[in-house]
Design a protein around this ligand. Structure first.
Ligand SMILES: Nc1ccn([C@@H]2O[C@H](COP(=O)(O)OP(=O)(O)OP(=O)(O)O)[C@@H](O)[C@H]2O)c(=O)n1
Ligand SMILES: C[C@](O)(CO)[C@H](O)COP(=O)(O)O
Length: 239
């Protein structure tokens, strides 16, 4: 089996919850856009051979680069839902990326991925047929809201985890699962959900809490602090 791993970066979102004058993946922090940080955090891994970025049809910010860190970066047009963008990127992978090849799906809005987390994820996904995702155990007490704004109930948090990305799967099973969900009219919020609904059990790989997704302006200040201080944790990031 070809050891090469390809990265897919869905970057066709509008960033509506963030607002701003451009889609949040093009927010610049510490000299690079969130999308560039995400790409660099993936491409720095020696097994990652390249990346496919899914862009909105009217994307006005993509610089059109064909390579980063000496590795190919391809672009395609995404779709209305995340899963559409991921499927478009899967279809845009080079022909020599077979169905048994590992692919990583990583949010363009998660710029602070660390090499050691990525390495553990790739190892876990390679060892488990149903793939693996980075995730973090829930550490807060969870409340279910009632319609009137009061607390309806407290949800047991034992064994609850927050899914993050990258999420890693074999190309063929991932594409089939995403197509099955779409065919059934099910909107999946992450790739693992599509695998799970067919009975798959991807592994949970505990990742750093600071692998955060930039969703609202409040996240911007935090990610700026994380990236600007050059805190690379246990891993070196490409410059
Ligand atoms: N149709 C879509 C929707 C989302 N994404 C990507 O999926 C990632 C995570 O999605 P999210 O954080 O929800 O981004 P947006 O959809 O842009 O945000 P919002 O929901 O606030 O509009 C982002 O990198 C986003 O660009 C995508 O490629 N295609
Ligand atoms: C894929 C994800 O980041 C896992 O938590 C999350 O589901 C993306 O959700 P979004 O609403 O598309 O940002």
């Amino acid at each position: 089996m070809n050891d090469a791993v390809w990265a897919i970066v869905p970057a066709a979102g509008r960033g509506s919850r963030f607002g701003g004058d451009r889609p949040k993946q093009y927010l610049e922090v510490a000299g690079r856009t969130l999308l560039e940080h995400a790409l660099d955090a993936l491409l720095v891994h020696p097994r990652v051979a390249g990346a496919v970025v899914a862009l909105s049809a009217d994307d006005a910010y993509w610089p059109g680069e064909a390579a980063r860190q000496g590795k190919p970066v391809l672009a395609c047009v995404g779709g209305g839902e995340r899963a559409d963008s991921v499927l478009a990127a899967l279809d845009a992978l080079p022909a020599d990326v077979g169905d048994s090849s590992l692919v990583l799906v990583h949010d363009a809005a998660r710029p602070n991925l660390r090499l050691d987390d990525l390495d553990r994820l790739i190892a876990a996904a390679g060892a488990h047929a149903d793939g693996a995702i980075l995730a973090a155990p829930v550490r807060d007490t969870l409340k279910r809201a009632a319609a009137d704004g009061g607390i309806a109930s407290t949800e047991p948090r034992e064994s609850l985890w927050r899914a993050m990305t990258p999420q890693a799967f074999r190309r063929g099973p991932l594409a089939s699962a995403l197509r099955a969900a779409r065919g059934d009219g099910v909107v999946v919020t992450d790739e693992a959900m599509a695998i799970e609904r067919l009975g798959g059990r991807p592994r949970l790989v505990e990742g750093r809490e600071d692998n955060l997704k930039v969703t609202t302006p409040a996240d911007h200040a935090l990610v700026e602090f994380l990236l600007a201080r050059g805190d690379r944790g246990a891993s070196e990031r490409s410059t």
